[in-house]
Design a protein around this ligand. Structure first.
Ligand code: HEC
Length: 272
């Protein structure tokens, strides 16, 4: 019922007559309306149901090793969840690489619980009928950083390297349209149809890459993490989709998060 209502309102917001291409975001009445609508919806965000499911999955002994994730180290010590999401991506010595939150959760599910990477990577994104466990768990973990300032780590050489690699990916042009991420997200005041495209290279706009993710997406009524969002943008860019929870995704997320560092992460969101 609620889902149908949200879809109807979203459609109404989207159906407002188009505005001139060059109109700046701050003067954009469609975006402003949607922001108001989203603020109301976030008071009863369905994402919280996935957070509750994720918490249960985190605490319950599961998998071939019948273990919970309570010994999973998200960077602040085994089992510490509060604040961990806001400080990722970061370097993890046990794997000698930088990991974002979802990549780390997948790693813990494999090492602590005995799940197989191939199985987790087979269908990693939510559909109308299924929300993969790492999505719910990432939702739970992210929610425990709500209200905190983004502080992705940039001390280890591999963390600095991840930023540079992510930046290179962001500006790398190729494919049928010769697009890069920057073609859509590196220019001020751009939009596609009714959707304003934030310029993620500017610190004050970069927060929009991270804010509201994981988010409940009204289109299709599903819960998604940033892994899905970036994957879908690679698809829009006509690039091959990267491997799930790969080092390359962590690098791109490092670039986006570091650009937004110091700004407040408000927690789970609602996306159109
Ligand atoms: C062809 C244009 C295009 C390209 C190229 C593109 N994106 Fe996007 N991106 C979009 C659109 C459109 C949206 C908004 C989608 C929506 O609201 O449903 C979006 C949304 C996003 C968001 C979420 C923003 C928010 O407000 O929640 C992120 C993060 C993002 N893109 C990152 C990337 C990255 C990283 C790349 C390069 C791999 C990329 N995009 C390439 C068009 C593009």
């Amino acid at each position: 019922m609620r889902q149908a209502l949200m879809l109807a309102v979203a459609a109404a917001v989207a159906a407002v007559a188009p505005w001139p291409q060059a109109m700046a975001q701050t003067e954009d009445p469609v975006a402003a309306d949607f922001d108001k609508f989203r603020a109301i919806m976030e008071e009863a965000n369905p994402a919280e149901l996935f957070e509750a499911k994720g918490e249960q999955l985190w605490r319950t002994p599961r998998g071939p090793k019948n273990a919970s994730l309570e010994q999973c180290d998200l960077g602040l010590g085994p089992g510490v969840v509060k604040g961990a999401y806001a400080q990722m991506p970061r370097y993890f010595a046990d794997v000698d690489r930088v990991m974002d939150a979802e990549a780390r959760i997948v790693h813990c599910m494999i090492t602590l619980q005995g799940f197989k990477r191939e199985d987790l990577a087979k269908k990693p994104f939510s559909s109308a009928t299924k929300t993969p466990d790492p999505v719910s768990i990432t939702t739970y973990v992210a929610a425990q950083s709500a209200g905190m300032k983004l502080a992705p780590q940039q001390t280890h050489p591999k963390e600095k390297a991840a930023y540079e690699i992510g930046k290179e990916i962001f500006f790398y042009r190729a494919g049928a349209y010769d697009f890069s991420c920057a073609s859509c997200h590196g220019v001020d005041g751009q939009r596609i149809r009714t959707q304003p495209l934030p310029n993620f290279t500017r610190p004050e706009q970069a927060i929009r890459a991270i804010q509201g993710w994981p988010g409940y997406r009204m289109t299709g009524g599903v819960m998604h993490t940033l892994q899905w969002r970036l994957n879908d943008c690679f698809r829009q860019q006509r690039f091959p989709e990267p491997d799930y929870a790969s080092e390359m995704m962590s690098a791109l997320l490092t670039y986006l998060t570091v650009n937004a560092q110091g700004q407040e992460y408000k927690g789970l969101g609602i996306k159109r």
